[in-house]
Design a binder for this molecule. Structure first.
Ligand SMILES: *[C@@H]1O[C@H](CO)[C@@H](O)[C@H](O)[C@H]1NC(C)=O
Ligand SMILES: *[C@@H]1O[C@H](CO)[C@@H](O)[C@H](O)[C@H]1NC(C)=O
Ligand SMILES: *[C@@H]1O[C@H](CO)[C@@H](O)[C@H](O)[C@H]1NC(C)=O
Length: 183
């Protein structure tokens, strides 16, 4: 039996469309959130604390986050790079020194938004984070408005151990430019 060419093309196009719809899972909204994370290392009231390390790594620490160091953090996120900027949420998670040279961490970070239309919703980024370059972290999911979200975050270090008039506590400021696709 010969199938007419046009019928064949139509079937092909229809099946392609079904595949496209299935792969996006109805994530038809695109949201861009730009924020600044303040990872504060202070004598008192740090937002980021060292909780474990291997003794041999401690004897020969290298890089920014020595191999095996485990940190837990609860960081404020703001809409501008200064700590005095408007607080728009918080980021909780952990990072671990996973490279022997001390320049790459493995990061699990849950970002909860506490203002605006996404108040109460959060999204999660998880992957390795090579600290010396511009880096991309995948968004692997979320809650609330960001349920089943996917996307990516582009990270840029604004300053390390910054201590100045706009950032009085000693800390690192990281810019997160996150693009999310969600329902
Ligand atoms: C540190 O290195 C020594 C010598 O290689 C080893 O015996 C010891 O188990 C190591 N300690 C830890 C906590 O890994
Ligand atoms: C965000 O939601 C919480 C819980 O519903 C509420 O208490 C709070 O006032 C909201 N914040 C803003 C800025 O809307
Ligand atoms: C953030 O990412 C968006 C989307 O890629 C881009 O249009 C925007 O210029 C970026 N903003 C900054 C400050 O890098």
């Amino acid at each position: 039996m010969r199938i007419p060419f046009l019928v064949l093309i139509t079937i092909l196009l229809l099946s392609l469309q079904v595949q496209c719809n299935a792969s996006s899972f109805g994530r038809d909204k695109e949201t861009n959130i730009l924020f600044y994370l303040h990872n504060i290392h202070a004598e008192k009231d740090s937002s980021s604390v060292l909780v474990a390390q291997n003794t041999n790594a401690t004897a020969h620490p290298r890089g920014f986050v020595p191999f095996s160091y485990v940190y837990v953090f609860d960081d404020v996120i703001t809409d501008g790079p200064a700590i005095t900027s408007k607080v728009i949420g918080n980021a909780q998670g952990t990072y671990i020194g996973t490279s022997k040279d001390g320049y790459t961490i493995l990061m699990a970070i849950d970002v909860e938004i506490t203002h605006g239309p996404f108040n109460g919703s959060s999204f999660v980024l998880f992957s390795r984070n090579p600290l010396r370059s511009t880096r991309e972290l995948p968004v692997i999911g979320g809650r609330g408005a960001f349920r089943m979200a996917q996307g990516y975050g582009m990270l840029r270090t604004v300053c390390v151990h910054c201590l100045n008039s706009v950032n009085p506590p000693k800390g690192d400021v990281i810019e997160y430019n996150v693009t999310l696709w969600h329902h």
